[in-house]
Design a protein around this ligand. Sequence first.
Ligand SMILES: C[S@@+](CC[C@H](N)C(=O)[O-])C[C@H]1O[C@@H](n2cnc3c(N)ncnc32)[C@H](O)[C@@H]1O
Length: 291
Amino acid sequence: MHYRHLFHAGNFADVFKHVLLLGLLQALNRKDKPWCYVDTHAGAGLYNLASNDAMRTGEWQQGIGRLRVEPDTPALVRDYLALVDWDESRPQLGHTRHYPGSPRLAAQVARPGDALLCCESIPAIAEQLRVHVPQARLHLRDGYEAHSLLPPTQKRGLVLIDPPFEARDEWTRMEQLIERVQARFAGAVLAAWYPLKNVHDAARFDRRVVRQTRREALSCQIDVGRGDAGQMHACALLVVNPPFGFAATAEAALRWLSPRLAQSGGVRSEVRPVPVEGARPILPGRASRHC
Ligand SMILES: C[S@@+](CC[C@H](N)C(=O)[O-])C[C@H]1O[C@@H](n2cnc3c(N)ncnc32)[C@H](O)[C@@H]1O
C-alpha cells in the first residue's frame, strides 16, 4: 500500500511545515512581481479529519487540534490559523472538518499572476488534488522530475520538496533534485522537509546541499518529545535562499508552537544557519537557537 497523507494530515509535522511555508509565501508576497510555487509531492490538497482514516491515527488531535489563537500568538501563526480556518469554539468532529494541504495553502495566498505547479504520482490522489486545487497546473508524474518543468515564466518562486520518506534513497534523490532545480531556477527559495530520525544523516544532508548550492540555508527543526513508541516526533525543513527576515519570523512561530505541540518533555525547536565555507554569512540576529 502506498503512503497516504490522510493518516497524518494536520499532525505536528504538518503544522510545523505549513506555518513555515506560509511564512515563505508571505515573504514572496512582499514584492509585486509574480511568483511560481512548485510542489514536488503535492498530495490531495484537502483532508477530511473526521474520516475513518484520519480518526484511526488521530494524529491531527496532537497537532492542529491543540491550537487556538491566544493573546500572544505570533502574527504568522495567527495568519495560518485563519487560513486553515481553525476555530476551537466550533464542534471538532463535524463531517465538514477539513485541513488544507500545502498546495491549497499556496493557492489561498496566491495573487492574480502567481502560478502553482504540482506533481503527484498516485492517480487517485492527483484526482482529488485536481478537485481541491483547481487553479494548480497538475502533473501526474514523479516529483523528482520537477526540474524538467523549470524555469517558470515568473522568474521568482518557491519549490517545496516534501516526499513521503518511504524509499531508502530519498536523501540522495532530494539532493539531486535540489541541484537540478538550482541549475534551472537559481533564485528560487527551496524548502525540503524531512523527518529527524538520525541527526547525523540530517546534518550531512544539510551540509551537502549547502556545499552543492553555495547558497545561504537555514535549518528549521522541531522535536515535540517522544510520544507513543515508534512514532516520529521530530522533523526539519531546510530552507535554501531564505527570504530576508524569515529566520526571525520562523523562530518566533516555532518558539510559540513547540510547547503547545509537546508530547512529552524534551521539546526543542531551532532555527539556525547551516555553515559552509565560502557562503555569505547570515547576519547575526537572523537566526538563533532556543530550547
Ligand atoms: C508527505 S505527502 C505530501 C503532503 C503535502 N506536500 C502537504 O504538505 O500537504 C507526499 C505525497 O507524495 C506523493 N508521492 C509519493 N511518491 C511520489 C513521487 N515520486 N512523485 C510525486 N509524488 C509522490 C504521495 O502520494 C503523497 O501524496
